[in-house]
Write a protein that binds this ligand. Structure first.
Ligand code: ZN
Ligand code: ZN
Length: 253
């Protein structure tokens, strides 16, 4: 399995528009973070987790030519605002399967009514096949994917386990029985916003405590704010098996 980090930044991305913060002004490409998303590929299949406002550029940058579906964690704009840009895939492949909690599907129908229109649909609008995810395993082609239920402040959010890889973002609290589902994964990705606590995201200490609890071989941090600091400085201070993800990083599991 191959995982490509399409984006590793928090909701505003890094740099932030108009910001003079030193991390926003950094020349290191690893300090430039588009909104979070990963591409997960196995056999000949390609799935994206979330499609935020940078989706078009992320698809161009990664050279992705075909997509088998999009799995959504939750409905915040930084995770869904690129849905219209599935059009090139739709024109070539037809309706694109999407997978989400029923509340998230409802929110997508509201935000993108024209995509879901059943009458007089505009011919240029993309089409999707909506699949509802409950908190139980579901099939993506030949792989069983296990949702991990968590809370993002008060909002329910799904993380996902794809074989030996688990991807959890926008998490703040996760019940022990959900954590059990990802024990013994080889690679865990989890959100770590900044040093200061936040009401709906793990800060760095919470992310590191969570990683200890799950005990994967390797862990990568994502959904990073400029306030976490410079990539190189932060990574030096991390435990041996924990890394900061960065845009375009590819890992093989
Ligand atoms: Zn987010
Ligand atoms: Zn969010």
């Amino acid at each position: 399995m191959e995982v490509t980090f399409l984006g590793t930044g928090t909701s505003q991305g890094v740099p932030i528009i108009g910001s003079d913060h030193p991390v926003c002004l950094s020349k290191n490409p690893k300090d430039k973070r588009l909104r979070v998303s990963v591409l997960v590929e196995w056999d000949n299949y390609t799935y994206a987790v979330d499609c935020g406002p940078d989706f078009r550029y992320q698809m161009l940058r990664s050279g992705c030519k075909r997509i088998d579906g999009i799995v959504f964690t939750h409905e915040h704009a930084d995770h869904v605002a690129g849905l219209d840009d599935i059009r090139p895939f739709y024109f070539r492949q037809g309706d694109i399967p999407i997978y989400a909690h029923k509340r998230v599907l409802k929110s997508l129908v509201k935000k993108y009514d024209y995509i879901f229109a059943t009458k007089n649909k505009y011919p240029g609008a993309p089409g999707v096949i909506a699949n509802r995810i409950k908190n139980k395993p579901f099939q993506l082609k030949n792989l069983e994917v296990i949702p991990i239920n968590g809370k993002h402040g008060d909002l329910q959010v799904f993380g996902f386990r794809f074989g030996d890889f688990a991807y959890l973002t926008d998490m703040k609290t996760i019940k022990d029985k959900e954590v059990e589902k990802i024990k013994n994964v080889k690679v865990l990705v989890v959100n770590a916003l900044r040093h200061e606590p936040h009401y709906s995201h793990f800060n760095l200490d919470e992310a590191l405590d969570f990683i200890k609890k799950v005990n994967p071989e390797k862990a990568y941090l994502t959904h990073i704010s400029h306030l976490l600091g410079f990539h190189e400085e932060v990574e030096k201070a991390l435990p041996e098996n924990v890394f900061l993800a960065y845009d375009e990083l590819q890992i093989t599991i």
